[in-house]
Design a binder for this molecule. Structure first.
Ligand SMILES: [Zn+2]
Length: 142
């Protein structure tokens, strides 16, 4: 069972700016990329103007393997407002990617009862609107 969006409520959209535009452009093309420092090679997420390790502003987009493990998750079961336009229950996950960075996202199909810390996952791309794609995750075999 995937996430269900509430009809009539505007979809929450990512705030895009100069630093993260490349990330969201890649997601639109069903590719996952992370910012990589051209000086020291550090993979950084979320995208930012400067490398937190060496302070270089030289960056590039590095393709991700798209795989990781559940680091943490929250099961939303109570709804007292239509915002953010998602029907409960839904799960928000923190995924630790093989590249070492963590992403906040949702599971494509799995319910909270099926999710556990350490669960291996891979990215999937959910075209939730004609002009909006979100990177989500699904369970893979260990
Ligand atoms: Zn660096």
């Amino acid at each position: 069972m995937g996430m269900e969006y509430i009809e009539g409520i505007p979809l929450l959209r990512p705030y895009t700016d100069y630093d993260n535009k490349g990330f969201w452009d890649a997601v639109r093309e069903h590719r996952l990329v992370f910012q990589r420092c051209r000086e020291c090679g550090l993979i950084v997420h979320r995208p930012r103007p400067m490398c937190p390790r060496c302070l270089s502003t030289e960056r590039e987009w590095a393709p991700s393997e798209g795989k990781g493990r559940i680091y943490s998750y929250v099961d939303f079961v109570y709804q007292n407002a239509s915002y953010p336009g998602i029907k409960v229950p839904y799960v928000v996950v923190v995924v630790e990617m093989v590249e070492g960075v963590r992403m906040i996202s949702n599971m494509m199909d799995e319910t909270a009862e099926e999710i556990y810390v350490g669960m291996p996952v891979e990215v999937v791309f959910d075209d939730i609107a004609e002009d909006l794609t979100l990177p989500k995750f699904r369970k893979i075999q260990d």
